[in-house]
Design a protein around this ligand. Structure first.
Ligand code: FES
Length: 83
């Protein structure tokens, strides 16, 4: 799993093709292959980025956080969908 921090912007989770995303038991329809999560605190649609970081003047470095082993994301995804 890779989380990419956009410079001066959100965390972006790379979502594999065909993967389904759920938030509070509801499926999230993605307009893009990546899921942008707010890290500036100004989004009106948390945990998702709504672009407010630009108006807020959020400044932070970009980078990549990569989780390589030891986490079973598949089980959690099934549990979320069952709610
Ligand atoms: S990072 Fe985009 S609204 Fe917070």
């Amino acid at each position: 799993m890779r989380l990419r921090a956009r410079e001066n912007g959100p965390w972006v989770v790379e979502v594999p093709p065909g993967a389904r995303v759920f938030w509070r038991g509801e499926e999230v329809k993605l307009a893009k292959p990546g899921l942008a999560l707010c890290r500036c605190g100004w989004s009106g649609d948390k945990p998702f980025c709504d672009g407010s970081h630009k108006e807020a003047g959020f400044v932070a470095p970009g980078g990549v956080l990569e989780l390589v082993e030891g986490i079973d994301f598949g089980k959690g995804r099934q549990d979320e969908g069952a709610r």
